[in-house]
Design a binder for this molecule. Sequence first.
Ligand code: NAP
Length: 526
Amino acid sequence: MHGKNRIGFSLSNQGATGLSSFNPATAEIRSDQFTGATQEETESAMQKAESAFDTYRNTTPDQRAQFLEAIADEILNLGDELVQTAMQESALPEGRIVGERGRTMGQLKLFASLLREGSWVEATIDTAQPNREPLPKPDIRKMLRPLGPVVVFTASNFPLAFSTAGGDTASALAAGCPVVVKAHNSHLHTNELVSDAISRAAEKTGMPDGVYSSLAADGFGLGTTLVKHPKTKAVAFTGSLGGGMALYKMAIERDEPIPVFAEMGSINPVIFLPKKLNAEKEALAKTYAGSITLGVGQFCTNPGLLIGLEGSDLDQFSTTLASEISGIQPSAMLNEGIAKNFNKNKESSLTQNGVKLISSNSVEIPRNGASPAVARVSAKDFLANPNLQEEVFGPYSIVVSCKDQAELDQVIAQLHGQLTITFMGSDDDFKSFETQIHSAEKKTGRLIYNGVPTGVEVCGSMQHGGPFPAATDSRFTSVGSDAIKRFARPVAYQSAPQTMLPDELKDNNPNNVWREVDGQRTNQGL
Ligand code: NAP
C-alpha cells in the first residue's frame, strides 16, 4: 500500500493543535492543518523501512533507475500546483521554483543513468592464485552495497532540490537504501505533494512498501527519535551548525554509532587579488552585490567574507559594493525563524569590535524581510575575533582589509573549513599568490577561480562539502553523483560461488560494468 508511505502526515481540519502551513511573505496560514506523527507512526515507518530494505537492496540497478525516473515524471505531473505551493511556503519567486523543480528532476535522472552505467559500485576482482607460494591466494571480490534505512532532514532553503525528493533522497534511494524523510515545517504542503508523487512512483514501478515515508512534527522530538532509532543506518542533513552538530552527537553516542552527513555553516571567503581588483573593481563590486543578495542571500554558498589588500582599489570596490547593496530592496526570507536569525546575527556582527556598516539599511522592511548589508573590518580585528567567522545566513557580507601579503596569509591560515573559497585574480596574480592559493585548498571543498560561489552544478566532478564546520565529513559531497557514496559501504566476497555474487561481480559481467580485474580496468567478462 504505497498510499500509506506518508505515514503520520495526514491532513486534518479539526482544530489548531496540528502543524500549519505558513506564507512567510504574507503571514497567511492555510486553514487545513497537519497532524504531527505519533510515536506509533514513527515506529511503523522505521519498521517498514527495515523490511523494505531486504527487498529493495536486491532490486536491479535498472529497476531503481526506473523508480527514480518515475519520481521525476510524477513531480512534473504535479504541474502548477507544486510551483504555486512551494512559492507560497517559501516566498521564493516562480522562476526560482521552476528552476529548482528542473534541478530536482535532473538529479533524479542523473542517478538513474549512474545506476545503469554501473561503475559507481567500484567493483574490484582479484582472482584466485591457487599455486601461489608459500600460501594460495583466494578469489576476493569487492563492491559497494547499501547501508540500510536513511533518515533525511530536508533543508529550509531549497524546498525542492534539497528537500523531499532532493539530492539526499535521490542518492540514498539510488544506493538501494529506503528513505524516511523528516519534513521541514516550512514546507509541509510542498512535502505532502512530493511525498505523494514518490509514493505513486513506487507503486507504479513495484517498489516495496516502506521504501519511502515522510514524517513531520512540531519540536525536536521526532528528529531525535529518528536519529536514535536502532533501525536508522545513516542521516543526511542540511541546515544550521547547531542543528547538524546536535544530530551528529546523538548519532555517535548511540550504542551503534551511525554516520551523519551534515552540511552546515560556511561563509565562502572570496579573495580579491591586487591586479584583478585594480583593473575591474567596479565590475567586481557589481557582480558580488548580485551574488550576496541572490535568493535573499539564502544559499549555503553565499559569499560572506570578501578579502583584499588595503589601498584605494579596495576602498573603491567597497564604496561601489556598498552603494549597489544599498540600492537592493529588502525581500521576505524563507521563514520567520530565518528572518529573525538574520536580523539578530547581522546586528551582532555589526557590534563586534572594529566592524563598520558601509551600506545604508533600508527603512521599509517587508514582513519577515531582510535588508541587505555590507560591512568592513580590518584584518587585525578579524583575526582577533572568531565570532566574525560565524555564518550570518542571508544577504550580508564583510569586507576584510589586509595591510599586506603576510596578513593575508594569516587570515587564510585562520579560516575555518568552507564549502568554497574563491580567488579573483589575473594570471600574474595567480603566480604571485600561489602560496596563498595552496594554503586555501586545505580549508575548502571547492576552490573557485574568477567566478562567484553561488550556483552549484550537479555533476560528477562537483564537491559540495568541506572541512568542519562546512560539513561533518569532508570526504563526501551532498551534490553531484558522488553523493551516492555516502550511503554505501564496501563488502568483500571471498571464494564466493558465482550464484551468490551480485551481478557486478559475476565472471560474465552481464551488464558490462567497468570494473578492476587483477589490476586492469575492463568492462569484459572473465
Ligand atoms: P535548522 O534549525 O538546523 O533545522 C533543520 C532541521 O533539523 C529541522 O527539521 C529541525 O527541526 C531539525 N533540527 C534542528 N536542530 C535539531 C535538534 N537539536 N534536534 C532535532 N532536530 C533538530 O535549520 P533551518 O530551520 O533550516 O534554519 C535555521 C538556520 O539554519 C538559519 O537561520 C541558518 O542560519 C541556518 N541554515 C543554514 C543553511 C546552510 O546551507 N548553511 C541552510 C539552511 C539553514 P525543527 O523543524 O523542529 O526545528
